[in-house]
Design a protein around this ligand. Sequence first.
Ligand code: ADP
Ligand code: MG
Length: 267
Amino acid sequence: MADAGAPAALEAAGLRKTYGDFVAVEDVGLSLAPGASLALVGESGSGKTTTARMIAGLEAPTAGTVRFDGRVLPGRRARTAVRGSFAGDVQMVFQDPYASLDRHQRVADSISEVLAHHTDLRGSALARRTAELLDQVGLTAGQARSLPRALSGGQRQRVAIARAVAVRPRVLVLDEAVAALDVSVQAQIVTLLRELREQSDTAYLFITHDLGIVQHICEDIAVMHRGRIIERGRTLSVLERPGAAYTRKLIDSVPRRGWTPKRGATA
Ligand code: ADP
Ligand code: MG
């Protein structure tokens, strides 16, 4: 089953999802090497979240397969990605971190809980690793003792990222994870994600409708339109020389910040 050489961290092939007669995702294939970073972009309704949920095992594909390190993800539903038995393979961070946090649990405890569930760490080693994760995502000791409601949106998203990273997943899926945040907080989280990515061989699937930030996180990009991937390549070269008319339209529709397409390059 495995190809020659090391298997991909994630290999999704022929993914299809229908809701009745409606085809939400059609023939989507994605391959992520360990440590790779892929942006999945496209307008609202193009099928990004449905694709992500199939990859995370939260939604059964109508057709197609998802493999981690060459092993097939069983087509069962997990209540949450964190608790699913494939948690070490894939973790998902959502747009609204508050919904995924227990509002009665202090921040540090919510991270320790994930660590205790998925690792052998106990006692002082558990506390040390918890503190290390809190530090990595830039949360203070005071914030660690707080309940989620005392935190800002950006701080809550840091907690969600720490919980996802705690499991050392092969693949981390971030679905519009910075979409609800202020621009300056977005920039902080983007920087954090890039640092975390550089420190591990976790592969990142970064889903967004906002093309302005992808080049800061992702080396590669895939463009979805009406359930299909219509273009893919290196992020900078796709942004500078989009091949598909739809990609060009998408690029033209976003406010520019940080990058400018070279006008003469497309023709
Ligand atoms: P995106 O994340 O790119 O905005 P989604 O994957 O959420 O897109 O949705 C793709 C399409 O599938 C949309 O038209 C959406 O309305 C539809 N869809 C998603 N989930 C369901 C569902 N549970 N039942 C019916 N239609 C759905
Ligand atoms: Mg979505």
